[in-house]
Design a protein around this ligand. Structure first.
Ligand SMILES: Nc1ncnc2c1ncn2[C@@H]1O[C@H](COP(=O)(O)OP(=O)(O)OP(=O)(O)O)[C@@H](O)[C@H]1O
Ligand SMILES: [Mg+2]
Length: 176
């Protein structure tokens, strides 16, 4: 999939923090925009052809290249590929967790893992950023985290979001 990104403005060092940070902010905006576009046509092109684990690996690679955040991915694989609906829902949850890490965490590393749990699976996305506050978790003004819970409910799974001062971890329980 070819994604055209706008050109990145050159860094300036005239002492103005806003100007100094402009290239990094631009890069993050571009990564989020790229992810939105991937999201809109993801189902047919990526998940169907490659399966959930390969799609997650691709996402991590893309984030690493575009947002400059190191991504460590450890995926055990599934004995049986999740159903298309389940695969899409899980991928979108992972995608929202990754987008949140890029937007809010100021993280340098993301760890994405998947392991089998009986005949189900546990998938987690953990960042080493600023952490998420209880008030942010409880807040219902934005839809990302609420949407993760709703999507998981849709396939009989569960999402938990935990965080302290050392990063945030999103865990997805996929039932058998
Ligand atoms: N990985 C993270 N690290 C730090 N803070 C986070 C992280 N993920 C979420 N947050 C905080 O929790 C809030 C709620 O997240 P949520 O995804 O629901 O909303 P949002 O990202 O602000 O908006 P959107 O509706 O576009 O997803 C965020 O605004 C942010 O303050
Ligand atoms: Mg969000």
């Amino acid at each position: 999939m070819e994604l055209a990104l706008p050109s990145v403005p050159a860094a300036t060092d005239d002492g103005d923090p806003a100007r100094r940070n402009a290239p990094a902010i631009h890069r993050i905006d571009a990564a989020i925009e790229a992810m939105r576009r991937i999201c809109s046509d993801l189902r047919p092109s990526l998940l169907d052809n490659m399966g959930l684990c390969a799609a997650i690996e691709w996402l991590a690679q893309d984030v690493q290249e575009r947002a400059g955040i190191r991504c460590q991915v450890r995926l055990q694989g599934f004995t049986e590929e999740p159903t298309p609906d389940q695969g899409t829902a899980v991928f979108r949850i992972v995608q929202e967790a990754v987008t949140n890490a890029i937007r809010h965490a100021n993280a340098s590393t993301l760890r994405i893992s998947q392991r089998l749990n009986g005949s189900g699976a546990i998938i987690s996305v953990a960042d080493d950023g600023r952490g998420i506050k209880p008030t942010e978790l409880a807040g219902r003004k934005s839809f990302g985290i609420v949407g993760m819970h709703e999507r998981a409910k849709g396939f009989g799974g569960r999402v938990s979001v935990s965080g302290g001062r050392r990063g945030t971890k999103v865990t997805i329980l996929v039932p058998p």
